[in-house]
Design a protein around this ligand. Structure first.
Ligand code: SF4
Length: 290
């Protein structure tokens, strides 16, 4: 049985950057607080935890003072910076530069849209850390839509500036935008209502679709490794599943089942942008031993 680990899978540069920053601090200090899981992968979180990285919640952030705290790649809303400042916390800011640029675009869009009585719409998962950071750029006024069903939240008589969470699927975003466009055209009278569409899906994610589809379709079985909380993991797994129905989602090698490999010649191991390479290698090793 031939087993290949996808060379394109694994951490994106935003996550690599956040982990490097945490490891830099932990090489001299034996404790560092991290606001939320540094990456949506419990195996990697546990590895860093053993080195002294301690994950805290937003509620716990209010209770710590005069220490260092790391903001992960997802980014934070302005209110989190204010709270940290109030408690004299020194921020190790590992917000991904792509997310920071998106926050800036939304901030500027919000200033513009206010002048014309419009709305900021974010295509993303309600409550996701990155989305909270984006909504925070609009004084909490942005409308979050997660799927086509949610588009009813929009007032189609007013201008719309729409942005996507960086890890959303390009196909889904295009579909949602076309539904919004149709609704607007249906109600518009003489003067069309403004719809400004911002293409903000991270290239690290969107370029993965095609490569992953090809990787998955060329193997008998696909083992997709990801933390269950990773939204990027969910999107990429769906791509595998469409390309190859014999695709299985696991979070580590203990979830492998021997009968998935009966009579199989080729197996591909791949994962999300939050999946560590060492974990995919570990899974491949375990399959070889079956
Ligand atoms: S997926 Fe893209 S935007 Fe998100 S952390 Fe990675 S590099 Fe940054």
């Amino acid at each position: 049985m031939q087993i290949d680990v996808d060379s394109e899978s694994g951490f994106c540069f935003g996550v690599v950057n956040a982990i490097r920053k945490a490891e830099d601090v932990l090489s001299s200090d034996n404790q560092l607080f991290c606001l939320g899981d540094i990456v949506h992968n419990s195996a990697e979180v546990n590895r860093l935890q053993k080195r002294g990285l301690q994950t805290i919640t937003h509620a716990e952030l209010l209770k710590i003072k005069d220490t260092q705290v790391l903001f992960r790649a997802h980014g934070e809303p302005p209110t989190t910076y204010e709270k940290a400042k109030k408690n004299r916390l020194s921020i190790i800011d590992a917000s991904c530069p792509v997310v920071l640029r998106l926050q800036e675009r939304i901030r500027r869009g919000y200033e513009e849209v206010k002048k014309i009585g419009g709305q900021i719409v974010i295509f993303g998962k309600q409550g996701h850390a990155e989305v909270n950071g984006l909504v925070g750029q609009t004084d909490g006024t942005a409308i979050v839509i997660n799927s086509a069903i949610d588009i009813e939240k929009i007032d189609y008589s007013r201008p719309v500036f729409i942005y996507a969470q960086t890890t959303k699927s390009t196909d889904e975003y295009e579909l949602v935008v076309s539904l919004i466009r149709d609704k607007m055209q249906a109600i518009s009278t003489e003067k069309p209502v403004v719809l400004e569409v911002h293409n903000t899906i991270c290239k690290q994610v969107s370029s993965k679709d095609k490569k992953l589809r090809s990787f998955a379709s060329r193997r008998d079985v696909i083992i997709f490794v990801s933390g269950r909380k990773s939204s990027n993991g969910k999107v990429l797994f769906e791509i595998c599943k469409k390309a190859n129905s014999a695709s299985y989602f696991i979070s580590d090698e203990t979830e492998l089942k021997a009968d998935w490999f009966l009579g199989v010649n080729t197996v591909g191991v791949c994962g999300a942008t939050s999946t560590p390479r060492w974990l995919m290698e570990q899974v491949a090793k375990e399959i070889r031993s079956k």
